[in-house]
Design a protein around this ligand. Structure first.
Ligand SMILES: NC(=O)c1ccc[n+]([C@@H]2O[C@H](COP(=O)([O-])OP(=O)(O)OC[C@H]3O[C@@H](n4cnc5c(N)ncnc54)[C@H](O)[C@@H]3O)[C@@H](O)[C@H]2O)c1
Length: 265
């Protein structure tokens, strides 16, 4: 008997899918393999090439461009998705960290400008609010929904220097997820967050690979290893989990000892 996919027949809206070597793309692929129909959204036109690639593999995919920090553009994109499929069952808020084609901003708190702070909060937190705010009324009407917000260990659990806006936004994602989970539970909707650690993507900068090597599992994660957790939380296998942060970091944040491993273990 053919195995039924984890999200067979569901419509999954996934944001932040414009690069084949990203968490968003890997997540989209996991959902598609598990039987979902996809709507992928990004600020970058490259989202359409990603959709072409996925369609080439036989999956059902629509693609949409929007700056998700702008509510009007979010409303338009979500409207397009609803026209296309008539519903959204799973929402994955993955867009953030960097805008396609731009460099990530690393600045010490004492040098951070107001503009830089606002930008960090906008792309990492407001994007997730905007998309969720537009999708949730439809999930409430259908009395079903799975929302998975891609946070990070950076912010809710630990921090890195020169990333205070990112840390604040990603910790904010967890707070928003918990508040949202309580508000929508009575409508059959769950909301959870995923906290990736060191992940090997096209955005990986020098030094992050070394961070991965020093995790208990001895390597950075493949993007698909995050995608599989997102897909689990987006499926009915996770029907009694809500308001949680699931950390996907190879055990990195549970290590108390931070010195060279050859001196201790
Ligand atoms: N890569 C890691 O090691 C890592 C670790 C922890 C968490 N994360 C999180 O995982 C998610 C994906 O990261 P990634 O490494 O795949 O990055 P990525 O740069 O490949 O993907 C992020 C995507 O979000 C899009 N985006 C950014 N701002 C947008 C906006 N305003 N409107 C629409 N789209 C927008 C970008 O254009 C890009 O395509 C991010 O939320 C990131 O914070 C990544």
């Amino acid at each position: 008997m053919e195995r039924k996919g984890r999200v067979e027949g569901k419509v999954a809206l996934i944001t932040g899918v414009a690069k084949p070597d990203s968490i968003g793309f890997a997540t989209a692929k996991v959902f598609a393999r598990e039987g979902a129909m996809l709507a992928i959204v990004d600020i970058a036109e490259a989202v359409h090439a990603c959709a072409d690639q996925l369609r080439g593999e036989g999956f059902t995919v629509s693609s949409h461009t929007a700056d998700l920090t702008k509510m009007e553009q979010v409303k338009k994109a979500v409207g397009e998705v609803l026209t296309c499929y008539g519903r959204v069952d799973v929402l994955v808020n993955n867009a953030g960290m960097v805008v396609f084609g731009q460099e990530e901003d690393f600045t010490a708190f004492q040098d951070l400008t107001e503009e830089s702070w606002d930008f960090g909060i906008a792309i990492n937190l407001k994007t997730q609010f905007n998309v969720t705010r537009c999708v949730v009324p439809h999930m409430i009407a259908q009395k079903y929904g799975r929302i998975v917000n891609v946070s990070s260990v950076t912010g809710p659990v630990v921090a890195n220097p020169d990333e205070s806006a990112y840390c604040a936004a990603k910790a904010g994602v967890l707070g928003m997820t918990r508040g949202l989970a309580l508000d929508v539970a009575k409508f059959g909707i769950t909301a959870n967050a995923v906290g990736p650690g060191w992940i090997q993507t096209g955005s990986t900068v020098e030094g992050e690979d070394v961070g991965g090597e020093n995790t208990p599992l001895g390597r950075s994660a493949y993007p698909e290893e995050v995608g599989k957790v997102v897909c689990f939380l987006g499926s009915d296998d996770a029907s009694y989990i809500t308001g949680q942060l699931i950390v996907v970091d190879g055990g990195n944040t549970i290590q108390e000892y931070k010195g060279p491993s050859d001196l201790y273990y």
